[in-house]
Design a protein around this ligand. Structure first.
Ligand SMILES: NC(=O)c1ccc[n+]([C@@H]2O[C@H](COP(=O)([O-])OP(=O)(O)OC[C@H]3O[C@@H](n4cnc5c(N)ncnc54)[C@H](O)[C@@H]3O)[C@@H](O)[C@H]2O)c1
Ligand SMILES: [Zn+2]
Length: 671
């Protein structure tokens, strides 16, 4: 190859890797496997080493791949947050060990730790109090996400103990447990929202959300693994881990002190097997030289420490053939494509299906009929297709075209702007939507109707007994038809009707959740019920009034408006009301605590550390104040928390409305 060609090849690799970094860190949508990414990076590294005259100082080999966003305050890291050199084979580890021995001799120890697959976070503490939390960003500076991180229970806001310096940084990995990921993703699917591909993306997307109240609803966890201080009282990394544990930080119990590379290799072999049993994903093992003095001697490269390395487990992958793509329609009409595969053994189980998420994913893979595909199963339960083996593509194979009609009812699908998901809009006639809606209504988390299960609903629908939720309350008038059904005895009919009758006492929030309004999950339904107290006020609420409620964002508000704009839905609600279901919350009689705020008007906006917005609202009302729905000249105070919308702030400033904190409000009441 001529030098000119080498230079071109290097430039092409730099461009390609930068794009992959962007896909991975910013979009959280990688288009190649980690393994392939790492191989390309190594190839570039080798070319740069052989041809240093062409080294681009901005090459991905020289820099941490992440970026900062413009949505948060940018903070410069006191100690840069570096990447780790990585390898997928044992020989590299033995070479790593040799290099260390050459530099510092034979007298040293390693600490082996699990490599948690999440996102790294730097926490700064002063006098034992959590001051701020910052993401890795580009390694030198990151996004300040303190309000969000404070919602993570395993991160203490106050610590104390022996040897604790007045100021220190501690770093670790924020992640989501697999079970929580499955549950929340399932909920998103049910609510018609786009799902996340893996727990890491979910955790990373969550930490960068603007609304801390939303973050609080998604359980994140954190293991800590690096300690930094100008006055570091410790001599070794291991010692620091034990100390921070005693101060109240969460560290992993699986770390191990090893005194030679063979022990390290044993640790790796052990976890290669055991990793699937963990409740969270790990993607490898991190090996660190224990002594700080020796770490210092070894130093750093441009982007990673020379005293540490990560051994990455190769994801379990296997090739198989795509037999066909089928489509499932959920109760909200959301359509999910599924790859049906030629059954194949992978990580101990037979895989027949893989999720394809949405049309974008099919496009990304450029999937063709009968393609040979590479299927991967990481820690996740549902396998996914990584890529197509183009060499095995059949001649004249047709590209997979996303369906444009509903596979269940034939209605033309719609896809709203900016949404990844296709919907079948025929909510009245599309069977899986009709049945799914009723199944959702009777489910445990919604109305919890005893004596009727998902199969019964399906069977009753087939027999023409059930079509709308309100028909459930009419079943008592069809006892003869019920008796005529096979395998449905007297006793089960009595149970069923009893269960239906009892459900009329279910609280308003359950009824609201049971209706199955898109994006109105159990928590949102509860917030709506608390805020509006009854269905009539909720029905009358406009957009501004909806988003003034706790945790109700613009998308949810719009979805609620759309739902109530449909006459059929109103009729259905009226029938349910007539049947005697609960459509209001029991009002406790409001006894005014004081008249201190009487005649004063308020708007509450943003997120507060110590109160929910509804708690503040109750506090204001209990002291005689009134809540307004929008900023106007009549407004006396805007109570502002973190992450308040910029347009609101601007408006309030323009109208010179006093902006006060929750503490100021407390002062008004207690004076
Ligand atoms: N597929 C793609 O398109 C693509 C693109 C870019 C990067 N990647 C992947 O990301 C990797 C690079 O990511 P990276 O720079 O975040 O580094 P990394 O994953 O190689 O390792 C460093 C990170 O490991 C984490 N970590 C977990 N447990 C740890 C522990 N016990 N001690 C110390 N650190 C621990 C920290 O967050 C740290 O920042 C690449 O190896 C590649 O596999 C993939
Ligand atoms: Zn349909």
């Amino acid at each position: 190859m001529s030098l000119f060609d080498v230079k071109n090849q290097m430039e092409a690799l730099v461009r390609e890797l930068k794009q992959h970094n962007y896909n991975y860190y910013v979009l959280a949508m990688p288009s190649i496997s980690d393994y392939d990414f790492d191989q390309k990076l190594k190839q570039l590294e080798a070319l740069e080493k052989a041809n240093p005259q062409f080294l681009d100082p901005n090459s991905p080999t020289q820099k941490v791949g992440g970026e900062i966003t413009k949505n948060f305050r940018t903070i410069v890291h006191k100690w840069p947050m570096m990447s780790l050199g990585n390898t997928y084979n044992e020989q590299d580890l033995i070479d790593f060990d040799q290099r260390i021995r050459k530099a510092i001799g034979d007298d040293f120890e390693y600490v082996c730790e699990l490599k948690f697959d999440g996102l790294s976070m730097s926490l700064t503490y002063q006098n034992g109090k959590l001051l701020r939390a910052v993401t890795r960003g580009d390694g030198t500076k990151g996004d300040e996400v303190t309000a969000n991180v404070k919602t993570i229970r395993s991160i203490p806001t106050q610590v104390s103990g022996n040897q604790m310096p007045t100021e220190f940084d501690i770093r670790g990995e924020v992640f989501m447990h697999k079970a929580a990921f499955e549950r929340l993703n399932e909920e998103r699917l049910e609510n018609g929202e786009a799902t996340y591909a893996n727990p890491r993306n979910f955790a990373s997307g969550t930490v960068k959300m603007q609304d801390s109240a939303e973050v609080a609803k998604r359980p994140l966890d954190c293991f800590l693994y690096f300690f930094y201080s100008d006055k570091n009282p410790f001599k070794t990394h291991w010692e620091s881990l034990q100390a921070v544990k005693s101060w109240g930080f969460k560290i992993s119990d699986e770390s191990r002190l090893c005194n030679n590379i063979q022990n390290v290799l044993d640790f790796i072999a052990e976890w290669d097997q055991k990793r699937f049993k963990l409740s969270y994903d790990i993607d490898g093992i991190v090996i660190k030289v224990n002594s700080y003095a020796q770490q210092q001697e070894l130093g750093f490269t441009a982007k990673s420490p020379r005293w540490a390395i990560s051994y990455k487990f190769k994801a379990q992958e296997v090739e198989t053939i795509l037999e066909k793509v089928s489509y499932q329609v959920g109760r909200t009409g959301a359509v999910t494509p599924v790859a049906n595969l030629k059954p194949v053994l992978l990580a101990g189980t037979t895989v027949k299906r893989a999720t394809l998420h949405n049309a974008n994913e099919i496009e990304r893979l450029d999937l063709h009929e009968n393609d040979t595909v590479l299927v991967e199963k990481g820690g996740e339960i549902i396998p996914k297709i990584i890529k197509v083996n183009l060499a095995k593509r059949l001649p004249f194979a047709q590209k997979i075209a996303y369906i444009n009609r509903c596979p269940e009812c034939g209605t033309e699908l719609i896809r709203e702007e900016g949404e990844a998901v296709h919907y079948c809009p025929n909510d009245e006639e599309c069977p899986p939507q009709i049945v799914g809606r009723m199944q959702h209504f009777i489910s445990r988390k919604a109305m919890n109707i005893e004596g009727i299960g998902a199969e019964t609903v399906e069977a009753f629908f087939q027999k023409g007994l059930l079509r709308h939720i309100s028909d459930i309350y009419d079943l008592k008038n069809h006892q003869n038809q019920l008796k005529a059904l096979d395998r449905f005895g007297e006793k089960s009919i009595v149970n069923l009707l009893e269960g239906v009758e009892k459900s009329k006492n279910m609280p308003f929030e359950r009824v609201l959740f049971g209706l199955g309004i898109r994006y109105v999950g159990a928590t949102v339904a509860k917030k709506l019920a608390q805020h509006f107290k009854n269905i009539d006020r909720l029905l009358k609420a406009n957009f501004e009034e909806l988003i003034a409620a706790d945790e109700i964002g613009e998308r949810i508000a719009q979805s609620i408006l759309d739902y109530f704009a449909d006459d059929k839905h109103i009729q259905e609600i009226n029938k349910l009301k007539a049947a005697g279901l609960t459509f209001e919350i029991e009002e406790k009689e409001v006894v005014l605590a004081s008249e201190k705020l009487s005649g004063q008007t308020f708007i509450i906006s943003g997120v507060f550390e110590n109160f929910s917005r509804d708690e503040l609202k109750d506090m204001i009302e209990a002291n005689g104040g009134k809540i307004l729905s929008g900023i106007s000249a009549k407004l006396n105070y805007l109570v502002a928390g973190d992450n308040m919308g910029p347009s609101k702030l601007e408006k309030a400033n323009k109208m010179q409305i006093p902006i006060i904190s929750d503490q100021d409000l407390l002062a008004l009441i207690s004076n």
